[in-house]
Design a protein around this ligand. Structure first.
Ligand code: NDP
Length: 250
C-alpha cells in the first residue's frame, strides 16, 4: 500500500455514528487521520466508531452537537480544537429526510430539513475556514445527493437543501482556492444505510430499476472517495460535484 500523505492530520466528520459518516470516518482513520466523531443522538454508536478508529491506529473521540444549531456547532468546534489543536479536514455529512408532497408539507418539515442539511453545512464550514486559511491547507467535503440536481417527488425540502449545498460548495471553493483549501461535494445515489432500509421492499425494487449497475451502493463507496478527496493526490480538484451512484444520474 502507498504511504498515506495525510497521516497525522485532524478531521471532523458530522453524523459519523452511522452509515456514510461512519464509513468516511473509518476510511480517513485508515489513512492515519485522527477523527472527531460528531453525533446528535447516537452516543453508543459514536463510541463504537471511536473504538474502531483507535483499532486502526488513529486517535478519535465523540463530540455531540446538533449541526443545525449555531451555538452547538461553535461549542463542538471549540472542543475539537481544544483536543486536536486544529481541524484540517471537515466532512459535512449529517443529514435527514422528511418526505411528503408539497401540499402536505408543514413549515416545520421544510425548516428542519433545510436547517440540518444546508444550515448545518454552513455553520460547520464557517467554523473551520479561518484556521484552514491561516495554515494554507484544508479540505471541506460535503455530502449532497443526486436529487440535488435531478429532483424527486415528495422531496422538495431535501432536494432544495442538497441543491443549496452544490451552490454553496462552488462559491466557497472559489473563495478558498488560492489558500490551497479545496471544497467539493460528493453526491451519492442509493446507498444501503438505515435511512434507505426503512423505506421498505417496494421502494427498494423501484430504486433498483433506476440504477444501471443494478445494485445499491455500500457506505464505503462514498467513504473511499471522501478519503481520496481529503488526500494530497486530490489537491487540484475543487468546486466539483462528484456523483457516486452506479450510473443513475447519467
Ligand atoms: P444515516 O441516517 O445512516 O445517518 C445520518 C447521520 O446524520 C446520523 O448518524 C445522525 O446522527 C446524523 N444527523 C442527523 N441529524 C443531525 C443533526 N441535526 N446534527 C448532527 N448529526 C445529525 O444516513 P446516511 O448515512 O444514509 O446519510 C448520510 C448523508 O448522506 C446524509 O447527508 C444524506 O442526505 C446523504 N445521502 C444518503 C444517501 C443514501 O442512499 N443513504 C443518498 C444520498 C445522500 P445521530 O444518529 O447521532 O442522531
Amino acid at each position: 500500500m502507498l504511504e498515506s500523505d495525510i497521516k497525522g492530520k485532524f478531521a471532523l466528520v458530522t453524523g459519523a455514528a452511522k452509515g456514510i459518516g461512519r464509513s468516511s470516518a473509518l476510511r480517513l482513520a485508515e489513512q492515519g487521520v485522527n477523527v472527531a466523531v460528531n453525533y446528535n443522538r447516537s452516543l453508543k454508536e459514536a463510541k463504537d466508531v471511536v473504538a474502531e478508529i483507535k483499532d486502526l491506529g488513529s486517535d478519535g473521540f465523540a463530540v455531540q452537537a446538533d449541526v443545525g444549531k449555531p451555538d452547538q456547532v461553535k461549542t463542538m468546534i471549540d472542543a475539537v480544537n481544544d483536543r486536536f489543536g486544529q481541524i484540517d479536514i471537515l466532512v459535512n455529512n449529517a443529514g435527514i429526510i422528511d418526505d411528503t408532497l408539497i401540499m402536505r408539507m408543514s413549515d416545520e418539515q421544510w425548516r428542519r430539513v433545510i436547517e440540518t442539511n444546508l444550515d448545518g453545512t454552513f455553520y460547520c464550514s464557517r467554523g473551520v475556514v479561518r484556521s484552514m486559511i491561516k495554515q494554507r491547507w484544508g479540505r471541506i467535503i460535503n455530502i449532497g445527493s443526486i436529487v440535488g440536481s435531478h429532483g424527486n417527488p415528495g422531496q422538495t425540502n431535501y432536494s432544495a437543501s442538497k441543491a443549496g449545498i452544490e451552490g454553496f460548495t462552488k462559491a466557497l471553493a472559489k473563495e478558498l482556492a488560492n489558500r490551497s483549501v479545496t471544497v467539493n461535494v460528493v453526491t451519492p445515489g442509493y446507498i444501503i444505510t438505515e435511512t434507505v432500509e426503512v423505506l421498505g421492499p417496494q421502494f427498494r425494487e423501484k430504486m433498483l430499476s433506476m440504477i444501471p449497475m443494478g445494485y445499491l451502493g455500500d457506505p464505503d463507496d462514498i467513504g473511499h472517495i471522501v478519503a481520496y478527496l481529503a488526500s494530497e493526490k486530490a489537491r487540484y480538484i475543487t468546486g466539483q460535484v462528484i456523483a457516486v451512484d452506479g450510473g443513475m444520474a447519467v
